[in-house]
Design a protein around this ligand. Sequence first.
Ligand SMILES: C[S@@+](CC[C@H](N)C(=O)[O-])C[C@H]1O[C@@H](n2cnc3c(N)ncnc32)[C@H](O)[C@@H]1O
Length: 257
Amino acid sequence: MPKKSDSLNEINFYDDENHFYEDFWKTRKYEHFSEVLAINKLLKNKHFETAMDFGGGYGRLSDILLKFSDQVILVDPSKKQLDIAKKKFKENQRIEYVLLDKKDYIPSQDNSLDLLVMVRVSHHIIDPRKLFKDIYRALKPGGYIIVEVASNAHFLNRMKLLTKLKTPSKDPVRVGSVANGIKDTTPFVNHNPSTIIKQLQESGFQYHNKLSVSNFRSSYLKNRFNTEKLVKLENMSQKSLSYLNFGPSIFILLKKI
Ligand SMILES: C[S@@+](CC[C@H](N)C(=O)[O-])C[C@H]1O[C@@H](n2cnc3c(N)ncnc32)[C@H](O)[C@@H]1O
C-alpha cells in the first residue's frame, strides 16, 4: 500500500467536475500541432513494442504514439481524464488504461517499456528525480524517454530577467498558487531545461536530442498569422531555436543505455 504522502488520490484538479481540460485545447491549435510536430521529429524512423503516455490525460497525444508503437499504455491519476480517453478511443485494442494511485511511480515491471513520453506533466512535479529513477527502472535498455519541460529559461523570460540583471533560476519556479484557485495538491512549476537534463543524466539516461516548441506562442502573432503559417514557421525553427532554449516548452529525448 502506498503511504498517504505518496498517494496521488488528492491530485484531482483534472478530476474537478468544473474543470474541462479538453476545452483548454480548443483555442490552442498552434501549440497542439507544434507538440505533435516535435514528437514526430524526435521519434522519426523509430518503432516500439510498448510505449507509455505517462500523465497522458484524455489521450490528446496517445494516437500520435500509436503511429510509433504496437501498444500504448495511457497512465493518469485522473479517472475523469481516463474515462474521456476510453470514449475517444472506443474499442481500440492497442490502448491500455491505467489509473495511477502512487506518486513518482511507473506502474510497469522492470525493463518492460520501450518508450515513455511525459508531456505537460513535469509542470506538476516539483522534484522529479525520484520519478526519473523509476522511469529508468521501467524502461528496457535501449528504451527512450521524451520529457517536455515548461521552461523558466525561455527567451522572453531571460530578456525580462536581464533588465533586472538576473538569470533564470536553476530550481523549479512555482507558477500559480492556492490563492488564485490552484490547489496545492496539484502544484504548477516551471523548470530550467538544463537542470532537468542534468537530473535525467544523473538517473542514468544518455542525452540524444532536444527541440524548442511553441516558439511563436504569442497572441500578437496568433492574431496576425493563421495556424497553418505559424506551424510552418515552427517546423523550420524547432531545432535551430533549441540551441537557445528559445521557446516556452522544451522537448528532450534521452535513451537508457
Ligand atoms: C496538463 S495535463 C497533460 C495531459 C497530456 N499529457 C497532454 O499533454 O495533453 C497533466 C496531466 O498530468 C496528470 N498528473 C498530474 N500530476 C501527476 C503526477 N504527479 N504523476 C503523473 N501524472 C500526473 C494529470 O492528471 C493530467 O492529466
